[in-house]
Write a protein that binds this ligand. Structure first.
Ligand code: ZN
Ligand code: ZN
Ligand code: ZN
Length: 255
């Protein structure tokens, strides 16, 4: 199993439009962060986690030929506003989208022209999605791949992270309760958001992310969803052993 990081930036991406800070002007390709998204590669299957507004460029950059299913964490712009870019993959076959109920409602509102069956504009190249509602307390399968939902609190908003075997992918976390931490026992690889050094009301900062890593004790951790406060090099210089900052295009092998 492999995980390809398509994007590792926060909601506005890095560089931030109009910003002239050191990180936004950096020439290091690892300081160019598209909105956070990843592809889980299991055998020949590609399972997409989130589809933000950069997804077209991300697919083109990595020559993605097909997607077997999409799992969505929550409805914020940076996680779902690229879903319609999957249209070329749905010409011959519907793509299954998986999300919990309130998130699927949000997706259907945003993409009412796709999901509203009474829509007068039938055909004409609409993206063909099949919605699948996740029960947050039950495992589910995407093309035969078993996935466990993990409840994540994004400030006051309940959203989902996902565990697939020994990998967990959690984004936009502010807090995790005991039952979620319980479901994260014995993982090898934890992907978790870490926005910056300063605290933030709805995202983990460095101290908070390290605190959860200390509790969960994965063998390796990778940070995603970073803003422009620190460069990739800055991050790498301050992280403890076995904690890394992911960067766009990084592909890791998961045991
Ligand atoms: Zn986000
Ligand atoms: Zn900046
Ligand atoms: Zn969010």
């Amino acid at each position: 199993m492999k995980l390809l990081f398509l994007g590792t930036g926060t909601s506005a991406g890095v560089p931030l439009i109009g910003c002239k800070c050191k990180v936004c002007l950096s020439k290091d390709p690892k300081d160019k962060r598209f909105r956070s998204s990843a592809i889980l590669k299991i055998g020949k299957k590609n399972i997409l986690i989130d589809a933000g507004p950069d997804i077209r460029m991300q697919f083109l950059a990595h020559g993605i030929q097909y997607i077997n299913g999409v799992i969505i964490t929550h409805t914020h712009y940076d996680h779902i506003f690229g879903l319609d870019e999957l249209r070329p993959f749905t010409i011959y076959k519907n793509i299954n989208i998986f999300a919990e109920s309130h998130t699927m409602d949000g997706i259907k509102r945003v993409y009412s022209y796709i999901f509203d069956q009474t829509n007068i504009q039938v055909g004409g190249g609409l993206t063909q999605f099949t919605p699948n509602i996740i029960d947050p307390h039950e495992k589910f399968f995407v093309d035969g791949v078993e996935i466990t939902p993990i409840r994540v609190m994004h400030g006051r908003l309940p959203i989902l992270g996902y565990r697939i075997g020994s990998l967990a992918y959690l984004t936009d976390v502010k807090t995790l309760d005991e039952s979620s931490i319980e479901k994260l026992q014995n993982i090898d690889t934890l992907v978790i958001n870490c926005l910056r050094l300063k605290p933030h009301p709805t995202h983990l900062n460095l101290d908070e992310a390290l605190k959860y890593i200390d509790i969960i004790k994965p063998k390796k951790s990778y940070f995603i969803h970073m803003d422009h406060e620190l460069s990739h090099e800055d991050w790498e210089s301050m992280l403890p052993d076995n904690v890394y900052t992911a960067y766009d295009g990084l592909e890791i092998v998961i045991c």
